[in-house]
Design a protein around this ligand. Structure first.
Ligand code: HEC
Ligand code: HEC
Length: 320
């Protein structure tokens, strides 16, 4: 008997040593880098900067980039991401102004597009915290790039070296195992015709703004390449910290009669909620829900039409 116990203890000791060594290796290796292998049709992208594209790109960036990249002066020089859950460590967005050394002034259009689709930078570094936009239409990605190259104030060349990332051991383990860059879609992606309201709303909700990422069941089980396969798709319930660290569950946006938005919001009230964070009872939707002022009424109505078609999920998020 004693022998077996000693043997088991030895086995446990060896296993612990192996786990320790692996963790030590992962801690030393950090977030892995990848070979940069940009498909030709992305690599050769050249974006013509037109006023229409700059306006569209600015509108998208206001919702999708500025919250993380803009400093107090509204220049996109990067900053500490202060609402990142502590278990992932510390992340700092970087300088994406046109400065050639500190910003992205020397990146080609293809390198920017590849990074936005996959999360792999031109030097091979993988960016785990920065969101990826794998299903965004080519024209919308080009509009973002045109905006980054424009003379608009936030992107004008500005000095300011970025801060080193400080990933936690957990984030290093995740990026060495399950969190991987996204395979780029190389076939053309078009914005659906706006007269097809459901398809148009689906594109805005899933592929442009990624409402589902917050409004599904688990941040780690969101699937950017196949949004509908995300766990608890639009059923909500992710516990997110507000700016004081208090927990706010994300809402169930399916049309479930009891726990979803079917009876809570009509189309007009939904537009007010999404554009201005105003609730039908006069209250305000709490952070991290943000006002989406640059979306038009029609775009938000299209999202509403699309959500009606999403499978209902019974999930009372306030009871969690
Ligand atoms: C949730 C916060 C967040 C949002 C939203 C965000 N970023 Fe970032 N971004 C980051 C972080 C963090 C990094 C640093 C990544 C790293 O080095 O690991 C980064 C890095 C970058 C880089 C690489 C810069 C360099 O020098 O390596 C580019 C380019 C970029 N972001 C562009 C954008 C654009 C364009 C948008 C909007 C479409 C956007 N980001 C939205 C957080 C964000
Ligand atoms: C960063 C995460 C995040 C994103 C992205 C996000 N939301 Fe929200 N949303 C929340 C949170 C958290 C709440 C709950 C706020 C509260 O209870 O005060 C919420 C609440 C709502 C509500 C109110 C529902 C109710 O039951 O009262 C609506 C409607 C809504 N969001 C729609 C959207 C739409 C449409 C999008 C995309 C255009 C979107 N949200 C993107 C986090 C997010």
């Amino acid at each position: 008997m004693k022998k077996i116990v000693t043997l088991l203890l030895k086995v446990v000791a060896v296993l612990l040593a192996v786990v320790g060594l692996v963790l030590l290796f992962v801690n030393f290796r950090g977030v892995p880098s990848y070979e940069v292998n940009i498909p030709e049709n992305i690599k050769n992208v050249k974006v013509e900067v037109t006023p229409q594209r700059v306006a569209r790109g600015e509108k998208i960036a206001l919702v999708m980039c500025n919250a993380c990249h803009a400093n107090q002066d509204n220049r996109l020089v990067g900053k500490h991401i202060d609402d990142l859950p502590a278990e992932f460590g510390k992340a700092y967005s970087l300088n994406i102004t046109q400065d050639a050394e500190d910003g992205i002034g020397s990146w080609t259009d293809g390198e920017i597009m590849y990074f936005l689709k996959t999360g792999i930078k031109r030097n091979g570094q993988y960016a785990p915290i920065m969101p990826k936009f794998p299903r965004m239409a080519d024209e919308d990605l080009k509009s973002i790039i045109a905006y980054l190259h424009s003379d608009r104030f936030p992107v004008q060349a500005t000095k300011g070296e970025g801060h080193e990332q400080e990933p936690s051991l957990l984030l290093k383990v995740l990026t060495n195992t399950v969190m991987k860059p996204i395979e780029p879609i190389t076939k053309p992606i078009l914005v659906p015709d706006s007269t097809d309201k459901v398809a148009f709303g689906k594109y805005i909700a899933n592929d442009l703004i990624a409402c589902y990422a917050c409004h599904s069941g688990d941040l780690a089980k969101a699937d950017p390449l196949h949004p509908e396969k995300s766990f608890g798709f639009y059923g909500g319930g992710i516990k997110m910290p507000d700016l004081e660290g208090k927990i706010v569950p994300t809402a169930n946006l399916t049309f479930d009669e009891e726990t979803g938005i079917a009876k809570k919001y009509n189309e007009e009230q939904f537009v007010h909620a999404v554009r201005f964070c105003k609730k039908p009872d006069g209250g305000i939707l709490r952070y991290p829900m943000q006002p989406h002022i640059t979306l038009t009424d029609y775009e938000v109505k299209a999202i509403f039409a699309y959500l009606k078609t999403v499978p209902k999920i019974k999930n009372n998020v306030n009871a969690l």
